[in-house]
Design a protein around this ligand. Structure first.
Ligand code: GYE
Length: 321
């Protein structure tokens, strides 16, 4: 049935007088935010999604949320539908770095500001987005590398590392690899003997670790996983191969989600570098600032730390994701 504006207003008024709806709903037009999420591939991502949905609700922002199931083409479709819906602001976490220019230009032509969250794009034309809000992934890789260098002092002979990379072409996979390599090159005994993508998921992390174990067996001394979920998947593979994760194979990962803290408390994961997914509050305040005509800084960096196994039990109760 087609309702015209007048009948809709009458219904709203009735609801208002019945106490079901505040009268202010007529006066204030809610800010509409279109958000294109990558998917639900990891614990980190789930925490990120929840943070965005909760903060939007709290701030009274009308959120159009779309899940791309880790596919760039789905994200592009979602972005185009946000243009068609004439949302006020578009935010998205780009699954990979390249291939966004065309759609970003379409958004610019529609006069809709864009906020990048979590991951960066490689577009040369930086006027295509207002700000990029998220972690410094290269620094996270360096933190992992520095921990490795310290650990190397306690290890003898060659140190054979296998690496589980994140999604191919994604900013965190590229930068976490780069930062780690930059630091470990100071110690020639540390060698990355195998490196493959596990797409940031537990299932693929397990599968690829099985292949590493088949090929290299006991030669593997260290696993560097670009996220906790892949490390947790790999832990299963290592146990099934009859080895002790955290002891026979030292494990370094990134994110700092609860699952990683549990694995550390069980002695199966040696260290996790923190990557904070709770970007919701920051994003909503940026959206409001934009709508109020304020200028945003071009880069908003998240503050984060590193947690080795021995502090896990103490830190666990205060972890928020
Ligand atoms: O580390 C991983 C997730 O882009 C920082 O994506 C994010 C990464 C995070 O799937 O767990």
């Amino acid at each position: 049935m087609k309702t015209n504006r007048r009948t809709m207003m009458a219904t709203m008024l009735a609801a208002s007088f019945a106490g079901a709806m505040p009268l202010s709903a007529f006066a204030e037009k809610k800010i509409v935010l279109g958000f294109s999420q990558i998917g639900a591939e990891s614990e980190w991502r789930t925490a990120n999604t929840n943070s965005i949905k909760d903060s939007a609700a709290k701030e009274g922002i009308d959120l159009k949320f779309s899940d791309a199931q880790q596919k760039q083409e789905n994200q592009i479709k979602a972005l185009r539908s946000f243009i068609a819906q004439k949302v006020d602001v578009i935010a998205f976490a780009p699954v990979v770095e390249s291939g966004w220019d065309t759609v970003l230009k379409e958004i610019k032509a529609a006069n809709i500001p864009v906020i990048l969250t979590d991951r960066a794009v490689d577009s040369k034309d930086t006027s295509l987005y207002v700000t990029f809000m998220g972690s410094d992934f290269t620094e996270e890789g360096r933190k992992a590398g520095r921990w490795m260098l310290e650990k190397a002092k306690t290890m003898k002979g060659d140190i054979n590392v296998v690496e589980l990379q994140g999604t191919v072409g994604s900013a965190p996979a590229i930068d976490r690899k780069k930062g780690f390599e930059e630091i470990i090159k100071a110690e020639p005994r540390i060698k990355i003997i195998r490196s493959q993508t596990g797409d940031f998921t537990r299932a693929k992390g397990k599968e690829v670790m099985e292949a590493f174990l088949k090929a290299e067996g006991k030669k593997i001394n260290v696993l560097y996983a670009h996220n906790d979920d892949m490390a947790i998947g790999a832990i299963q593979a290592i146990e099934e191969a009859g080895l002790k994760p955290g002891k026979d194979i030292t494990i370094i990962s990134v994110d700092g989600v609860k699952g990683a803290f549990e694995a550390m408390m069980a002695g199966k994961l040696n260290v996790t570098v923190e990557c904070n997914p709770l970007l919701g509050p920051q994003l909503m305040s940026a959206v409001k600032d934009l709508m109020a005509g304020k200028t945003l800084p071009r880069r908003i960096v998240t503050n984060e730390g590193i947690f080795p196994m021995d502090v896990a039990a103490k830190e666990f109760p205060s972890r928020k994701y």
